[in-house]
Design a protein around this ligand. Structure first.
Ligand SMILES: Nc1nc2c(ncn2[C@@H]2O[C@H](COP(=O)(O)OP(=O)(O)OP(=O)(O)O)[C@@H](O)[C@H]2O)c(=O)[nH]1
Ligand SMILES: [Mg+2]
Length: 411
């Protein structure tokens, strides 16, 4: 294997992991390294709402597992992996719940889980589709551009994770600005693109040709290439599905490494830029006037006190509340300092995982104290020792320089 990207990712990880201010970015890069080492490639279907993404997912997987419909449907990222049929919902608060396939709509459809009020992070399905047999992870995503802003935001957030993507258009509408913007965003992260045009069963040959020629020209321009292959398909009637599947599978066998390296390189660049932004906010926070910093620390202390008070009042002590407190505290730090504060969110089985009051309160205390100690340490709050301050400033400057050097060496 060409080790360059892997080595750069490892070097970046070492640098980030060594600095408490960059824990979240370190964990992002660690995930990239694991994916590259395990050659874990994903293929996601993305595009505007109602292009037929979920229908195409079902056609590719040869199983009607995704809910489809005439109104905006998919509201959560749905990953599919090879294995005996099973479905699990992963919630933002770390809870993982096994569900029956018949219950899927209740979690991933806009109608039954409007605005994602149930707090679904993602759904993972297992099925024995031949397409997945060699370890590909297949992903259906919410469509962009509908009235439901939450779906667009979820799709945009997920875009950062995609390796290979099938960008789905549909003959009932020529490519529009919403699709162009989304495609351009995805270009920053994905290592490979396939373009498919759905619903070809609804037009005659001549119209289809006109549509394909038109979209091809625009896509060549957007992708900055001379040639773009467009797969005409009908998810509803199975037309063209085999050609698309075979191409994706052949590439995933022969070129997985290249695709993953390309996507890792793009994602690494993004992670480093994120870490540099984080350090910039951190720098600003460190240089705040004492008065301003005092006010911010007071606000953090108030958030901590309110969480402790809330915890003390609880009658039922579910472990998932601890994750919810972590998310709340991270949000507070983000709002006050512009910085990300990373907590590991523990995965929990569904059902009622209760705790003893003493244990619960001790854990709440620990996670609050952890935040206060780290913030004090990294922001050198009220630090009087000039040597400590100079050493910290030098360390950050060194880190910034090293990260910039790695980033400048990436394509
Ligand atoms: N005629 C025809 N209709 C299709 C085809 N594929 C999907 N549809 C219809 O298009 C509508 C949307 O399909 P979905 O698969 O739910 O579309 P989606 O892109 O997943 O939609 P969102 O999840 O809301 O973004 C449904 O009414 C499907 O029956 C096709 O190949 N031909
Ligand atoms: Mg859908």
């Amino acid at each position: 294997m060409n080790n360059t990207i892997l080595e750069k990712a490892k070097r970046t990880y070492e640098l980030l992991a060594a600095d408490e201010a960059c824990k979240g970015h370190a964990s992002q890069v660690k995930h990239l390294i694991e994916k590259l080492e395990n050659r874990q490639m994903s293929v996601s279907i993305i595009g505007q709402f109602k292009r037929g993404k979920s229908s195409l997912s079902n056609a590719i997987l040869e199983d009607k597992i995704m809910p489809v419909g005439i109104v905006p449907i998919t509201s959560a990222v749905t990953k599919v992996v090879y294995g005996p049929k099973a479905a699990e919902v992963r919630f933002m608060n770390g809870v993982v719940q096994e569900i029956e396939f018949e219950e899927l709509s209740a979690f991933i459809s806009e109608q039954e889980n409007a605005n994602n009020e149930r707090g679904v992070e993602e759904v993972v399905l297992h099925c024995e589709a031949p397409f997945l047999k060699d370890g590909l992870v297949f992903v259906d995503t919410p469509g962009v551009g509908s009235f439901h802003q939450n779906n667009t935001e979820t799709a945009y957030l997920y875009m950062k994770e995609s390796d290979a993507v099938i960008f789905l258009l549909s003959v009932d509408s020529p490519i529009n600005q919403i699709e162009i913007d989304f495609l351009q965003g995805t270009k920053e992260f994905a290592g490979k693109f396939y373009f498919a045009v759905n619903k070809v069963d609804t037009v005659g040959e001549e119209d289809l040709k006109a549509y394909m020629d038109y979209c091809e020209k625009i896509l060549c321009h957007l992708m900055e290439t001379k040639e773009v292959k467009l797969f005409p398909v009908s998810a509803k009637f199975g037309q063209g599905i085999d050609a698309l599947k075979e191409t994706v599978l052949a590439d995933s066998k022969r070129h997985a490494e290249e695709i993953l390296e390309e996507s890792t390189e793009k994602k690494l660049k993004d992670a480093i830029s994120g870490a540099l932004r984080q350090l910039d906010f951190y720098w600003k926070a460190m240089n705040m006037e004492y008065k301003e910093l005092d006010e911010k620390f007071e606000a953090v202390n108030a958030a901590v006190a309110s969480i402790k008070a809330e915890a003390a009042e609880k009658d039922f002590l579910f472990e998932m509340f601890l994750n919810e407190y972590k998310l709340k505290l991270s949000q507070t730090v983000l709002e006050l300092f512009g910085m990300e504060y990373h907590y590991d969110i523990d995965q929990l089985p569904a059902g009622i995982v209760t705790m003893k009051k003493d244990d619960f309160l001790k854990k709440v205390d620990d996670l609050c104290q952890d935040l206060l100690d780290t913030l004090n340490r990294i922001l050198l709050y009220r630090e009087e020792n000039a040597y400590t301050v100079v050493r910290r400033i030098n360390a950050i400057n060194r880190l910034i320089r090293s990260l910039r050097t790695i980033r400048d060496g990436l394509n």
